[in-house]
Design a protein around this ligand. Structure first.
Ligand code: SF4
Length: 376
């Protein structure tokens, strides 16, 4: 690798392009030479990059799936402070884990983290396996996370191909194949794998991720400052902003829902979500899977939960978007006579903040329940 870097320092990017690309060598071959020194110079200093401890890297990779770095950092630092080792995570209560994960969404990620931590402790003596195939057998660790952990922590030649990397590579090669294609992903994985630099595997993986996150961004690629700009075929063709191509997605189905913010003596009713599918096992405000007219609310609540309505008013409406569906959520703030009702926990607002994890789909109604306590 030192030899490869020496060559980069002695020649300009244009010369590299001429020597590699004009001879029809695939653009992949110069990637590591260009990206590794760039990453070492330019990388953002982030808490999970302090070292290559697999526990820290693994938690960060799972947390950053579907969550922006800026949004995840506070959660990450709190998580590491409270659960600094895989053993701590294996032993944490489900309730506390959900509270630490609150706001990040996709709570199955947290549940899988704990399951995997328990397996690492019981089956692997507290040590992470080094090889990608064993890593992939653990709950919540797919091809991408396994590639990231194996390369960053154990210097394996295992690419981590996520949306960022797909975007960089399809632009670099001016490839119009839809990025939803599993064949394209496989091809990119194999092409990257073949050019992994010895002893710089982790840095190469992270350099690709970093380039996609801060330079080759989805809407406005910053080609002028990009270390790949001399070899990038989409940039040369003026097509960077049109790539990657995505298949037209089916419209997500809407599911109707009415949420009841039941308040009584400064407390609000919560229940555990039992319905199969999204957010199963999480706390929620009572709700039904339909839009209920104002005049029918009292009857529905009496029949469904056995609660007696004293006063009610319409609350806000929200659309909450999941990956595969949207909840069209209507709501009512309802003052009830007694703190009863089947399977409810009546919780004051301070305790709710401290000890209950409420998914963001329901959390956005909380302020209306709080403000409505005394306004009937
Ligand atoms: Fe992306 Fe532009 Fe760099 Fe090409 S030159 S990889 S399009 S930022």
């Amino acid at each position: 690798m030192a030899e490869r870097h020496r060559r980069i320092r002695e020649f300009s990017n244009e010369e590299i392009f001429l020597s590699y690309y004009k001879k029809n060598a695939p653009v992949y071959e110069v990637l590591a030479d260009l990206l590794v020194p760039w990453y070492e110079r330019e990388k953002r200093l982030l808490p999970f990059r302090e070292n290559t401890d697999p526990y820290r890297v693994w938690v960060s990779e799972i947390m950053l799936q579907q969550t922006r770095v800026e949004a995840a950092m506070g959660h990450y630092e709190r998580f590491m402070q409270e659960l600094p080792s895989v053993k701590d995570l294996a032993e944490v209560s489900d309730e506390r884990l959900m509270k630490l994960w609150e706001g990040l969404g996709y709570y199955s990620r947290a549940r899988n983290l704990k399951k995997t931590a328990q397996l690492i402790c019981t089956r692997f003596g507290g040590e992470f396996p080094h090889d990608i195939e064993t890593l992939k057998t653990l709950p919540g660790i797919g091809e991408y996370s396994a590639g990231a952990i194996a390369s960053i922590c154990f210097e394996q030649k295992t690419p981590a191909v996520d949306g960022n990397v797909l975007r960089v590579v399809t632009r670099l090669t001016n490839d119009e194949t839809p990025i939803d294609s599993s064949l394209l992903k496989k091809q990119i994985y194999m092409s990257l794998k073949s050019v992994y630099p010895e002893n710089h595997c982790g840095t190469f993986t992270q350099s690709l991720m970093e380039l996609g996150a801060v330079v080759c961004t989805p809407k406005s690629p910053r080609c002028l400052i990009c270390p790949l700009n001399e070899i990038c075929l989409a940039k040369r063709a003026g097509a960077a902003a049109q790539l990657p191509v995505k298949k037209r997605r089916e419209k997500k189905p809407d599911e109707a829902m009415t949420v009841f913010l039941l308040v009584c003596d400064g407390k609000v009713a919560l229940q555990k979500r039992k319905e199969p599918g999204v957010l199963r096992g999480m706390w929620q405000f009572p709700n039904v899977a339909a839009h209920i007219a104002h005049d029918d609310v009292a009857q529905v609540l009496q029949k469904q939960y056995g609660v007696c309505v004293q006063a009610l008013k319409e609350g806000p409406r929200f659309i909450h978007v999941f990956t595969h569906l949207r909840w069209d959520m209507h709501s009512y703030v309802v003052k009830v006579k007694e703190q009863n009702g089947v399977h409810f926990s009546w919780v004051d607002f301070v305790r709710l903040e401290q000890a209950y994890s409420l998914p963001s789909a329901f959390r956005r109604f909380l302020v209306y329940a709080q403000n409505s306590r005394d306004s009937f």
